[in-house]
Design a protein around this ligand. Structure first.
Ligand SMILES: Nc1ccn([C@@H]2O[C@H](COP(=O)(O)OP(=O)(O)OP(=O)(O)O)[C@@H](O)[C@H]2O)c(=O)n1
Ligand SMILES: C[C@](O)(CO)[C@H](O)COP(=O)(O)O
Length: 242
């Protein structure tokens, strides 16, 4: 299989326990289609993305069975019990298809439907020159409180140098797969790809991403995502970033 551009990886095998309800949140509809399809379309719409591999829950009957979308290949695999296992399964699927270890992969949550194509471009450029990969992230802007006993504040924590990790996160296929395997072997529960890379001594770049690239975790997030998507589609993004 051709490995010229970057490949997108979409972990979509979660249950959405914090969201609740019967339908896993990646299949909840926003503006007429599931969150998962918004995530896939955003990724495939970038010319630097060759195709996508989607990690689905075992027995997922909602997946439409696409093998192409927007004229690009769509692969699927079965995810695991943790997000990191789902990502590793997707990477192994790509390797099994002959995709080179040096290719960049963009790992993006199915639950982030509002990804702007400009952020994909900025991230790809940063990752290509980084050596250790790169992630979209947003600086922490609020005052941070550490909780003490009960509902009492114990202290105020410095926010300088603190960022919230977003997705996509971009790394070389081989390096990320090896880092995820090592994290698993060490019993380290990694919540994003960068954490696995950090564990093996890498220092991925932080790339400031648009803050409207929110993850749908709770029902309130879905309402906000609907508002943001409508606003972006209706008027174009009015928010400019450096
Ligand atoms: N075993 C898992 C767990 C999560 N994910 C995916 O990872 C992304 C981000 O995870 P999160 O928001 O934590 O999703 P869930 O695990 O579904 O949510 P919760 O933790 O509330 O159950 C989602 O696209 C989710 O489908 C996955 O592919 N495989
Ligand atoms: C990868 C991630 O989206 C970065 O913010 C996030 O860590 C995944 O979900 P979770 O809420 O940490 O389970």
């Amino acid at each position: 299989m051709s490995a010229a551009g970057a490949w997108a990886v979409v972990p979509a095998a979660g249950r959405g326990a914090r969201f609740g309800g019967e339908v896993p949140k990646q299949y909840l509809e926003l503006d007429g289609q599931p969150l998962l399809f918004h995530a896939i379309d955003a990724l495939l719409s970038h010319p630097g993305v060759t195709g996508v591999v989607v990690a689905l829950a075992a027995g997922d009957e909602r997946w439409p069975g696409w093998s192409t979308r927007m004229g690009k290949p769509v692969l699927r695999c079965t995810g695991g019990s943790e997000r990191a296992h789902s990502v590793l399964a997707a990477l192994e699927t790509l390797s099994g298809e002959g995709v080179d270890d040096d290719i960049l992969v963009l790992v993006h949550d199915a639950a982030r439907p509002n990804l702007d194509t400009r952020d994909i471009g900025t991230l790809l450029e940063a990752a290509a020159s980084s050596g250790d990969g790169a992630i979209l992230a947003a600086p922490v802007r609020d005052t941070l409180k550490r909780a003490g006993a009960g509902d009492r504040i114990a202290s105020t924590e410095p926010r300088e140098h603190l960022w919230r990790a977003l997705t996509p996160q971009a790394f070389r296929l081989g390096a990320l797969a090896q880092a995820l395997r090592q994290a698993e072997a060490s019993g380290l529960a990694v919540t994003d790809e960068a954490m696995a890379m950090e564990h093996v001594g890498a220092h991925p770049r932080l790339v400031e991403g648009r803050e409207d690239n929110i993850k749908v975790t709770t029902p309130a997030d879905l309402a906000l995502a609907a508002h943001l998507l409508t606003r972006r589609k209706g008027a174009g993004s009015t928010t400019e970033y450096p």
